[in-house]
Design a protein around this ligand. Structure first.
Ligand code: UTP
Length: 292
C-alpha cells in the first residue's frame, strides 16, 4: 500500500440545517469568512501539507463549489485588461489544482459521504477535512497528523477538549495518553449524553484514514440520527487495528454553527492585513458601547 498521504476528501454534501435559512439553496461550504469561502481555507490547508489530489463530495444545491474552483476566463481577462494584477493573482492562485467531484445522492451521513470516494481513493491512505471546522492557517494540525501517520502507520483522528455541555454534539473517544499529544484509542461513541461521555476528548474535522475503512463502511447500517456514522465505522475498524488520536491545542472554529462562524469571522478579520486596522477600530468601538 502507498504510504504517503497524497489524497484528501472534502465532504460537502451535508444539509447545513444549523445555518438555515442561508443554506436552503446555497452551500454552507461557500459561506465567506472575510473574503474566502470556508472550503477554500480547507483546500489551502491541505495544499500546504503536500496533498496532490483533491476530492470534493457534493450534493444538491452545491454547484457553486465547482464553479468557485474552476477558472473564471471572462473575469480573468477583464482583470488583466484593467491591470488589477493582485486580484488576478488571488483568483487564479489555485488554478493548478485538479479537483474531482463526486455526488452524494442523498445526505446519508459523513460515513456515507466518505464511502462515495472509494473509487477515487483506491488503496491509499487519505486525509479528510471537514471545511466547516476552520483551523487557523498558522496551526500545523494536518501536517502533524500526517507525520504521526507516517510514524505509526495507523489512522489518526484530530481531537480537542470540549466542555461537558458541548460533548453531546461530537464523536468522543476513550483512550490512553502516550505522550506528544498522542492517544491510543480504546473506544469511540457518537454524540453521547454528557453523563455517558467516556472523556472530554471530541473528534474534530481532520482525519488521516486508511482504505480498510471502506470495507467497514460498506457493511454499516444507519446509526445515530438515521445516518451512516464515521464514528461507528471507526469503532468497527478498531477490532482489527489500532487507531490513534492527536490532541489539537490550537484554535478551531465550528463555522457550521452561527456563533462559531461569527467568532471565526472576527478573529480572521483581525488577522487579515487588508481589513484588520479599520475592523479593530470598529470592534473596540463596539466593546466600549457594550460596556456602557
Ligand atoms: P455536519 O455534521 O456539519 O452536517 O457535517 P451538515 O448537514 O453539514 O450540517 P448541520 O449539522 O445539518 O447543520 C460535517 C461535514 O460532513 C459533510 C458536511 O457537508 C460537512 O462538511 N456531510 C455531512 C456530507 O458530505 N454528507 C452528509 O450526508 C453529511
Amino acid at each position: 500500500m502507498e504510504k504517503r498521504v497524497k489524497k484528501a476528501i472534502f465532504p460537502a454534501a451535508g444539509l447545513g440545517t444549523r445555518f438555515l435559512p442561508a443554506t436552503k439553496a446555497s452551500p454552507k461550504e461557500m459561506l465567506p469568512i472575510v473574503d474566502k469561502p470556508m472550503i477554500q481555507y480547507a483546500v489551502e490547508e491541505a495544499a500546504a501539507c503536500g496533498i496532490e489530489e483533491f476530492i470534493i463530495i457534493t450534493g444538491k444545491y452545491k454547484r457553486a463549489i465547482e464553479d468557485h474552483f474552476d477558472s473564471a476566463y471572462e473575469l480573468e481577462e477583464s482583470l488583466k485588461k484593467s491591470g488589477k494584477k493582485k486580484l488576478l493573482e488571488e483568483i487564479s492562485r489555485l488554478n493548478h489544482i485538479n479537483f474531482a467531484y463526486i455526488r452524494q445522492r442523498a445526505a446519508l451521513g459523513l460515513g456515507h459521504a466518505i464511502l462515495c470516494a472509494k473509487p477515487f481513493v483506491k488503496d491509499e491512505p487519505f486525509a479528510v477535512l471537514l471545511s466547516d471546522d476552520v483551523i487557523d492557517a498558522e496551526d500545523t494540525l494536518l501536517k502533524d497528523m500526517i507525520k504521526f501517520y507516517e510514524e505509526l502507520d495507523c489512522p489518526i483522528l484530530a481531537l480537542q477538549q470540549v466542555p461537558g455541555a458541548e460533548i453531546q454534539r461530537y464523536g468522543v473517544i476513550d483512550g490512553v495518553a502516550e505522550g506528544d499529544g498522542i492517544y491510543k484509542i480504546n473506544n469511540l461513541v457518537e454524540k453521547p449524553r454528557t453523563e455517558d461521555a467516556p472523556s472530554d476528548l471530541a473528534i474534530i474535522g481532520r482525519y488521516i484514514l486508511t482504505p480498510d475503512i471502506f470495507r467497514v463502511l460498506e457493511c454499516l447500517s444507519m446509526g445515530k440520527g438515521g445516518e451512516i456514522q464515521l464514528t461507528d465505522a471507526l469503532r468497527g475498524l478498531l477490532k482489527n487495528r489500532s487507531i490513534y488520536g492527536y490532541l489539537f491545542k490550537g484554535r478551531r472554529y465550528d463555522a457550521g454553527d452561527k456563533v462559531g462562524y461569527l467568532k471565526a469571522t472576527v478573529d480572521l478579520a483581525l488577522k487579515n492585513p487588508q481589513v484588520s486596522e479599520p475592523f479593530k477600530e470598529y470592534i473596540l468601538n463596539v466593546a466600549s458601547r457594550l460596556k456602557k
